[in-house]
Design a protein around this ligand. Structure first.
Ligand SMILES: NC(=O)c1ccc[n+]([C@@H]2O[C@H](COP(=O)([O-])OP(=O)(O)OC[C@H]3O[C@@H](n4cnc5c(N)ncnc54)[C@H](OP(=O)(O)O)[C@@H]3O)[C@@H](O)[C@H]2O)c1
Length: 261
């Protein structure tokens, strides 16, 4: 698979580059970054600490995608829509893990999916997919008698809150209990909790890769479903597996559940 990486100079982009370089079935053919990025115009391998690979970063999305079967995107919400339209035009499969994207980006994914396979996931890990399934099952089985709350912890540099994964876990609970409405970080005289709210709390500090706990509080008992990521390679690995799965597939929207089969 010939791979392009969007947001290649970021923490995740470089993790993808390192893993892709180790994989004999993957060739990195391009990588894009913001024009103002200090890594602009530099060899991707050197930035990733794996030695020169003869491919330099560019701010020109179209040229970064030349010859690629798939692009993996870990960038910023505001950059996603422009990538997606160019990738669709150039018939490059899209795997995106960028979080906090808006309706405009979601619409761009839908439009691109008419031309190429598209997978967007706020969390590329296998464990989070299974956690989502468990949350939905628990919320359905326990019903309205249990209060659902989500707490996430991430490193101090994360720029969006709550995490995309926390929102996805809330969504999983909502599949079983559609009446649940997200309530972000309570503060002040908020009154007693209602049955229909789902509290989301973001904790930030240090170098935590990503912890998510879904609480289901009943009367006299509670369940805590927790996932802890201990390195960011796991997300890069999931994205790479997804890109290999998507390359050559029919246009449309795909999910991590599809990748897992
Ligand atoms: N789905 C998952 O499993 C998963 C896992 C981890 C992280 N994430 C998400 O992935 C994203 C990136 O995370 P990260 O930790 O790697 O962040 P990061 O280190 O800040 O990397 C983001 C990269 O995107 C670049 N970028 C910004 N604007 C761009 C543009 N117009 N064109 C091309 N590149 C652009 C940034 O360049 P500058 O620094 O020059 O702006 C930076 O290199 C975040 O949304 C994060 O929440 C998802």
């Amino acid at each position: 698979m010939r791979l392009a990486i969007f947001g290649v100079t970021g923490r995740m982009g470089l993790a993808v580059a390192r893993l892709a370089h180790e994989d004999p079935n993957v060739e990195i053919v391009g990588g894009a970054c913001a024009p103002s990025d200090p890594g602009h115009g530099r060899d991707i391998g050197e930035l990733a600490g794996i030695g020169s690979i003869g491919v330099v970063t560019t701010a020109d999305i179209a040229s970064s995608l030349l010859g690629a079967d798939a692009v993996i995107d870990f960038s910023t919400a505001s950059a996603v829509a422009s990538l997606v339209s160019v990738a669709a035009r150039q018939r490059v499969a899209i795997v995106s893990g960028t979080t906090n994207i808006d309706d405009n980006a979601h619409r761009a994914f839908d439009k691109a999916a008419e031309a190429v396979p598209v997978l967007w996931s706020a969390n590329m890990s296998l464990g989070i997919q299974v956690l989502s399934e468990l949350v939905e099952q628990a919320a359905r089985r326990l019903g309205k008698a249990f209060d659902v709350e989500v707490v996430e912890i991430h490193h101090r540099k994360k720029i969006d809150a709550p995490s995309g994964t926390a929102k996805r876990l809330a969504e999983a609970a909502r599949k079983a209990r559609p009446e649940l409405t997200d309530l972000h970080a309570r503060s002040g005289n908020v009154g007693a909790r209602t049955n229909d709210e789902l509290g989301l709390l973001a904790v930030r500090g240090g170098d935590v890769i990503g912890d998510h706990t879904v609480f289901l509080f009943g009367s006299g008992e509670r369940i805590e479903l927790t996932h802890r990521a201990s390195n960011r390679e796991l997300f890069a690995h999931g994205a790479l597996v997804a890109a290999k799965y998507l390359a050559g597939k029919a246009p449309g929207r795909y999910t991590i559940a599809d990748v897992l089969g």
